[in-house]
Write a protein that binds this ligand. Structure first.
Ligand code: AMP
Ligand code: ZN
Length: 467
């Protein structure tokens, strides 16, 4: 089956074909965090879905050029920096750092670029885009000195969100207390400075001010990936107005449509039926879960295992199930490694591609995991019936391919070669019934942070708790 994704723009499943004439490079933009607090695990549901998408595309031979922005200037970051009495950059820096740390713990691949909105080159790009939009009559400066997008001039406005704006459009000029906009739906491209902004301001042809959130993403995306992209992702809450505005701005400037070929949005992580969000106060961060004894890979698996377009309820049982599923995988790998230890050359390979085929179908992770656990069952039965070392190695190689996409077994969990060597020496000592040497080696391993247990299948090595 061909690779296909559900495109929010058309609301249909579409076969994936990148713009690159050679069909190799995929240009992908994903909206990143607003760095005014630590990202919560709801945000990480979105980033893990995007990571799965990138990894599957790579497994299918594409070369993904991915950009994720950091929103480091907006109402919330400014409010936070004022409350803490810190310059904006000093206020946002630790949250950027914490975000990178969490990405690492969750094994989310680093994008090729992490542009931050406040970098000079992007502020310049935003100003350049707004100037073009004004020239083309798509934007105007209002009496409050802010610059707004004139949505009435962009006929496609509302298409992504499937909103019928006709009624809204016909209402004509609307004055609100807050703004002096021509139309209630017009959104800010450039916000004129006001007292609340403190010393956060840039010079522009329209006076001192700062960019609106939507133009930040259009400018960073087109600066780094060009006027047209293959894939743009985010959570469903980004569809309107954020992504709708990005289309209006980017296509309004370039004159080229579509700005994005495939729009992919993930459903929310919920807590008792409501979106996990900062504003509702029902959120948990990764450190909250680590403090309760869960590991990054357990959290990753819990957030990954449900189809990205289906809402996912956060529960502690869900995390316990993730832990259980991972321990099944770990036990399976331990048995395979124990069996494969006697060989280094597989003379066969496991040709079962249903895992990847399931992901081809709009990232059907449930079917893909179903296939993985089915193959676990099959190969565990082979192990029960005495598997040849070469066959075990072939299964391990099959797993390597799958793990490149799931990233559930990290280098940290893998037993390093020097530890493997000590384990092997201990095995030989035990075969020679040299129990003293065996105990010494166990103590050595313990000092290096590894526990060893003797089972009917041989030694089991695990990282010491807290090591
Ligand atoms: P923000 O920092 O609020 O701009 O959000 C960053 C990303 O996380 C966006 O793609 C949002 O759509 C996404 N997001 C926010 N809350 C949730 C949630 N509860 N579940 C899934 N994605 C979310
Ligand atoms: Zn964005």
């Amino acid at each position: 089956m061909a690779l296909r994704f559900f495109n929010t723009y058309s609301r249909t499943l579409e076969e994936f074909q990148p713009l690159d004439p050679e069909g190799k490079i995929v240009k992908m933009y994903t909206c990143g965090p607003t760095v005014y607090s630590r990202a919560h695990i709801g945000n990480f549901r979105a980033y893990i879905f995007e990571d799965l998408l990138q990894r599957h595309l790579e497994a299918r031979g594409f070369n993904v050029n991915r950009v994720m922005n950091l929103t480091d200037v907006d109402d919330k970051t400014i409010r936070g920096s004022r409350a803490e009495n810190l310059p904006l950059a000093d206020f946002t820096a630790p949250f950027k750092e914490a975000f990178f740390q969490d990405l690492g713990t969750l094994e989310i691949k680093s994008p090729n670029e992490f542009p931050a909105a406040t970098e000079d080159r992007y502020i310049a790009a935003m100003i350049a885009m707004i100037s073009i939009l004004i020239e083309r009559g798509l934007a105007y400066q209002a009496d409050d000195k802010s610059v707004y997008y004139r949505i009435n001039r962009f006929p496609n406005y509302g298409h992504l969100a499937h909103f019928d704006l006709a009624e809204l459009r016909s209402t004509g000029r609307v004055k609100s207390d807050e703004y002096d906009k021509e139309h209630v739906g017009d959104f800010a491209l450039w916000k004129a400075w006001d007292e609340e902004d403190g010393d956060v301001a840039w010079e522009s042809p329209w006076g001192r001010g700062r960019p609106g959130w939507h133009i930040e993403c259009s400018a960073m995306a087109t600066s780094l990936l060009g006027e047209q992209l293959d894939i743009h992702c985010g959570g469903v809450d980004n569809i309107f107005p954020h992504h709708e505005a990005e289309i209006a701005q980017s296509e309004g400037c370039s004159g080229k449509a579509p700005f994005v070929r495939y729009w992919l949005h993930c459903a929310h992580l919920l807590v008792e039926g409501e979106k996990m969000s900062k504003s509702l106060g029902n959120f948990l961060t990764l450190p909250d879960l680590l403090a309760k004894g869960y590991t990054g890979r357990e959290v990753r698996f819990a957030l990954l295992r449900v189809h990205y377009r289906a809402p996912l309820n956060f529960t502690w049982e869900g995390l316990a199930e993730a832990r259980q599923a991972l321990s099944r995988i770990d036990e399976w790998l331990r048995r395979l490694r124990e069996t494969a230890r006697l060989t280094s050359s597989p003379n066969e390979s496991i040709e079962r591609d249903n895992f990847a085929a399931a992901l081809d179908d709009d990232l059907n992770i449930s079917a893909a995991l179903g296939e993985l656990f089915e193959q676990l069952r099959v190969s565990n039965r082979e192990l029960d019936e005495s598997m040849k070392p070469e066959r075990a190695l072939a299964w391990l190689q099959w797993w390597e391919k799958i793990n490149r996409v799931l990233a559930l077994e990290t280098s940290e969990e893998k037993v390093p070669p020097e530890i493997e060597q000590l384990v092997e020496k201990r095995k030989q000592a035990r075969q020679a019934r040299d129990w003293q040497r065996s105990d010494e080696l166990r103590d050595n391993l313990r000092d290096l942070g590894w526990d060893v247990r003797d089972t009917k299948d041989g030694q089991v090595v695990t990282r010491r708790a807290g090591a």
